[in-house]
Design a protein around this ligand. Structure first.
Ligand code: F6R
Length: 615
């Protein structure tokens, strides 16, 4: 949610800010703005709409080309308080016009602070929670004889409650800006010609690979020749930068029309990178997880906690853990887990799944599980993210940067991890016969090659999408692992194509929702589980009898689905337990091509943001 950047140095600030914001646009794209100091004047330019609207304005006014600006902060917004508009866009100025603030997060006590500041005579120009920060910083800044921006921000963060990543500039101090964070990601980039802040590392990669990850309640004073880091009480902190060694190309489109299709094509590599280092001599090796047979046998419950796509991966994880380890598993949407008073003990294991590692609900749900005594294992993609740092143990997925808002390769790699973990646990518990263990490991190792074969067939999915992109409503039905897969397939379709879609267990439709099936309604039916095929074929006949057009997604050699479906997509032969990690790819391609045919903005779907750092 919202992306923030900041720069101070010898380089030209405006092109740097706009370029870096471009790398963060996936975090929010309903408005954008910059604040910069030119001479001793603080200027704010902000506009509703995409970043390009702001960039065009800076170019048309000649501001971009004129140069001579060496400090500034920028923002792309995903609205929480107040509709997208010029006024509600960041940066927000203080009343004197001397201080400007960019903010990612939510200030929970903003109503009280707003009333307090109004009583002091401050005038509010926006509906945002952020504006209280600008005025509070100014209040503290003017309250002392000689204004001190760092001290004013330190005092401000004592008063605000909620989540924040902040960048603050002040026209009196063109030689520095101040950053702060709590529960919203923020990194500092150390460059040769200046220093940076950003909500996410890809925004910095063009300029530097030396990065300091800020921790909660830390404040930083950023100057062109150095950075000082403090705790919330203003005590200095020393932290070594980390070196980022991913390829810049990983965050670029590399010739593909959209990030989403590029990232789908990266799935074979992402899955290979996630599993191969963890298989040695036919056994799963997970040094990240020091769990023992005793701990696993004593475990009373595994809680899988996640949001959105990661939650759907967790649904697959439940089947696998229960099937392979015979440990009861509950899967919760993080925002529900937090508030439902779950039964968690010190014998419980919580598995927290998150691509970004920053989803606020997931992070807080992990803290709840931890407080209640659970051992928390993170399955996380972004190295050094909050969930990765706070979990007791972390198993990284190696998907590389995922830029498209709709998650694709991250899901496949989450599933890869969710095969590794229960297989490893089952091995530790001695629950898996040797020959079945070998079959599973072989099946897992064969997945990347099979994903390559699925991608070779993408044109048949594209053809099918070309026939159905005008559909008003598309249903997905499946049983067992195919139901978990259907949930993800349906989410993918609705989030990028805006077509209404629902996913149901095959047996559940007739308990109400079948009323919505009418002549021509498209129903997509994954049928990858031989043990459930008869039942599924019955469900397909039920919807066909009401006029549905059925696309079957099948693996295996049975030609019975062919007899009832209108069209089929054939997956490579695969052990049924591993079908979801293959079958999701045609579902992602289907959603992608439908959205492209409809002319939707595939990488930046409306109302969404990549990293959901608000409740
Ligand atoms: C859907 C999607 C979201 C995320 C969800 C959790 O395509 O991307 O549903 O899966 O917001 O995000 P992470 O995995 O970063 O915690």
């Amino acid at each position: 949610m919202c992306g923030i950047v900041g720069y101070i140095g010898k380089g030209e600030t405006l092109p740097i800010l706009i370029d870096s914001l471009g790398k963060l646009e996936y975090r929010g794209y309903d408005s954008a703005g910059v604040a910069f100091i030119d001479g001793d004047e603080l200027t704010v330019v902000k506009r509703k709409g995409r970043l390009s609207v702001l960039a065009d304005e800076l170019t048309a006014s000649g501001r971009m080309a004129r140069g001579g600006v060496h400090v500034g902060v920028g923002h792309t917004r995903w609205a929480t308080h107040g509709a997208p508009s010029d006024e509600n866009s960041h940066p927000h100025l203080s009343n004197s016009g001397r201080i400007a603030v960019v903010h990612n997060g939510i200030i929970e006590n903003f109503s009280e602070l707003r009333a307090y500041l109004i009583s002091l005579g401050y005038v509010f120009r926006s509906d945002t929670d952020t504006e209280v920060i600008s005025h509070l910083v100014e209040h503290h800044y003017t309250g002392r004889e000689k204004g001190n921006l760092l001290q004013s921000v330190l005092e401000t963060i004592q008063e605000i409650e909620g989540t924040y990543a902040l960048g603050v500039v002040c026209s009196d101090s063109p030689d520095l800006f101040v950053a702060a964070r709590k529960d919203s990601p923020l990194v500092i980039g150390l460059g040769s010609d200046g220093n940076f802040i950003a909500s996410d590392i890809p925004a910095l990669l063009q300029h530097t690979r030396e990065v300091i990850i800020m921790e909660d309640r830390e404040v930083a004073e950023i100057r062109s020749n150095g950075v000082r880091l403090f705790d919330a009480l203003g005590h200095g902190i020393q932290r070594q930068p980390i070196h980022i060694d991913w390829d810049v190309d990983a965050a670029e489109k590399g010739g593909y029309e959209h990030f989403m299709i590029k990232e789908i094509h990266e799935e074979p590599k992402a899955v290979r990178d996630t599993i191969s280092p963890r298989i040695r001599d036919g056994r799963i090796v997970l040094p990240e997880l020091p769990w023992t047979r005793e701990q696993l046998e004593a475990c009373d419950m595994i809680h899988i906690i996640a949001c959105g796509t990661a939650y759907h991966a967790g649904m697959v994880g439940k089947y696998l853990f229960e099937h392979l380890c015979r440990i009861p598993v509950s899967v919760d949407v993080a925002s529900e887990f937090r508030y439902r008073d779950p039964i968690v003990t010190d014998r419980s294991i919580a598995i927290i799944i998150s691509q970004s590692g920053e989803t606020l609900d997931t992070l807080v749900a992990m803290r709840v599980a931890r407080e209640k005594g659970a051992t928390c294992i993170g399955i996380v993609n972004v190295v050094g993210s909050s969930i990765a740092r706070e979990a007791d143990h972390v198993v990284y997925t190696h998907a590389g940067p995922e830029i498209a808002v709709a998650s694709t390769k991250a899901y496949n790699t989450q599933l890869a991890a969710l095969y590794l973990l229960p297989l490893h646990a089952a091995e530790c518990m001695g629950r898996l016969p040797e020959d079945r263990d070998r079959q599973c490991v072989d099946a897992l190792l064969s997945i990347p090659g099979k994903l390559d074969s699925v991608l070779l067939e993408k044109e048949s999915i594209q053809r099918f999408a070309s026939l159905h992109f005008n559909a008003k409503s598309i249903f997905f039905i499946g049983r067992g692992l195919d139901y978990a897969l259907s949930m993800e397939a349906s989410l993918k379709l609705k989030e990028i194509s805006y077509i209404h879609s629902e996913a149901y267990p095959g047996g559940e439709l007739k308990h109400g929702t079948i009323a919505l099936i009418e002549e021509g309604t498209l129903v997509v039916c994954p049928m990858t589980q031989p043990a459930l095929l008869d039942k599924m074929l019955g469900n397909v006949r039920e919807v066909k009898a009401r006029g549905a057009t059925v696309l079957g997604l099948v693996s295996g050699t049975s030609n019975r689905p062919q007899e009832v479906c209108d069209a089929l997509f054939q997956l490579p032969e695969v052990d049924a337990m591993f079908a979801p990690i293959l079958a999701v790819t045609p579902a992602q391609l289907f959603a992608y091509y439908i959205a492209v045919y409809k002319g939707c903005d595939v990488d930046k779907p409306r109302n969404l943001a990549k990293s959901v750092t608000v409740e």
